[in-house]
Design a protein around this ligand. Sequence first.
Ligand SMILES: *[C@@H]1O[C@H](CO)[C@@H](O)[C@H](O)[C@H]1NC(C)=O
Ligand SMILES: *[C@@H]1O[C@H](CO)[C@@H](O)[C@H](O)[C@H]1NC(C)=O
Ligand SMILES: *[C@@H]1O[C@H](CO)[C@@H](O)[C@H](O)[C@H]1NC(C)=O
Ligand SMILES: *[C@@H]1O[C@H](CO)[C@@H](O)[C@H](O)[C@H]1NC(C)=O
Length: 544
Amino acid sequence: MANFSNMVRCVFLLTTLFVPIILGSFIEKPGPRYPPTKGEVWPKPQNQVKIGIRMAFEMEQFQFKIVGNNSPLIDEAIERYSFILSLQSGRKHQRKPSNRRMKNERRTRLADDDLVMKVLNINMTGQDEAWPSLQMDESYWLNIDDVTGNLISASPWGILRGLETFSQAIYRGSPLSKDLFINQTLIYDFPRFPHRGLLLDTSRHYTSVTKIIKMLDGMAYNKLNVFHWHIVDDQSFPYVSAKFPTMSQLGSFTPDLIYTPADVQRIIQYARRRGIRVMPEYDTPGHTRSWGVAYPSLLTQCYTDDKPNGDYGPMNPANQDLYPFMKDLLTEIVDVFPDKYVHLGGDEVEFDCWKSNPEINAYMAAMNITTFTGLEEVYIQKIVDMVRDLGAYSLVWQEVFLNGVKLPPGTVVHAWTGNQQILMYNITSKGFPALLSTCWYLDHLSNGGDWQKFYNCDPHNFPGNEEQKKLVMGGEACMWGEVIDDNNVLQRIFPRVSATAEKLWSAAEVNDMEEARFRLEEHYCRMNKRGIPAQPPSGPGFCV
Ligand SMILES: *[C@@H]1O[C@H](CO)[C@@H](O)[C@H](O)[C@H]1NC(C)=O
Ligand SMILES: *[C@@H]1O[C@H](CO)[C@@H](O)[C@H](O)[C@H]1NC(C)=O
Ligand SMILES: *[C@@H]1O[C@H](CO)[C@@H](O)[C@H](O)[C@H]1NC(C)=O
Ligand SMILES: *[C@@H]1O[C@H](CO)[C@@H](O)[C@H](O)[C@H]1NC(C)=O
């Protein structure tokens, strides 16, 4: 067995080493290696019928028309997509063209194309909603089989996703021409998983609000719907708390590398308008060194030779003042962030410091706690209960589950390392909802075009029954902050996260990398056009 698995490993290594060389030994031709497609949608829709008729598209002759229920979300989205479509043609968008001009334009266009797209009816059949949620309905019908098209969805979120699809279906006839086209098509689309996230760590480096806003734009272009904001960690505490303002005054890198309440609200609202939930993470009891700058007593003092050595470890569960503090902070967080889910972290808790501390040992003896995982359990359980009492749900990193902490039903377990199959099997066999990130670490770089390894990962790739598969809520790509800042954060995320986005939205059968390459090439150019500095995904080529 050992020999066999070594052999497998060896073949794997050889393949990874030689694939670039094999790619590099292509017989090169002039021009792009993977010419972009024209009007293909990313992520690929669940159902699409192509009719094979091309229509011309002119912003001046086109209008969005609301025929169903209305929503401020839809009004704003129409503004946005009108702007995006005008960017696409490179021509200036005018909202209300004169009839005369329309007729003239029309005559010239009709010379080379019989059909010119005129109207997209937007038909929201259900009630308006204000906030995106795990349960939101993102399904939509997009019927473009005539010069008047129809976009139908029960909810504003489906309309938002359908508008994104519509905007992607419009393409330039050729790189040098400004003429736009849309092919007739029928689409019925919905996401495979309801939780399609992107984690951004703003503690290891500060990311400006401007870049976060751009990132949210990019998420919407990929139909991602959860911004997991890993907002604080050991290195800095940029979140400005109304109740505990000294946390950021002392715990941020500098007093201006912070997120004020106004910044946080701006980000939440900007995301909401794009159907993106903002789920904050306040990781405890580990990863909290920056908390202790303002409040050292929250943390455990580490001891050497029976004396404090000046270092601090995880939070100090023996300090009974910790719990009222956490309750006040969590009350604020649940109030500031409207999403129903709060990520409580719980990863990588350092037990050595707890072990060295006499106060912790005395507390454990008094409470009959015999192991450090037992101590972690006591702490986490209190925090999870607090969140539940505040009417919210918790997510925790996998360690909390692996350490055997008793979790209330419905607590989401977030897998990030180790054997994906075994772990996802174990989490779901215990009846817990699961979220996958193991294969989607954006900070792990390999050779060029490394979106492919993200594309090769499926959240249902584990042995388990139907019930277990249903417990998989989706996944998240993780952009940890050690080596990213405003200079490279967007380039590193896009378009690699697009691979994750397609895995989480499209049907399980959509896994043909060779087909995806050409679509991703178009999608990367599309993101560039819209101001997202996405990197080239697959080799030589160009965007207009
Ligand atoms: C649209 O039609 C053009 C011209 O027939 C074709 O080249 C292109 O691949 C089509 N795109 C899609 C998405 O069907
Ligand atoms: C909107 O869509 C519904 C469901 O398909 C349909 O019954 C209704 O007639 C449509 N409304 C308009 C104004 O087209
Ligand atoms: C710890 O165990 C002892 C002996 O079983 C018991 O008397 C005591 O009440 C326990 N203390 C706590 C806090 O559970
Ligand atoms: C999965 O569960 C089995 C059986 O309880 C256990 O032996 C194993 O260590 C667990 N592994 C992981 C990665 O969760």
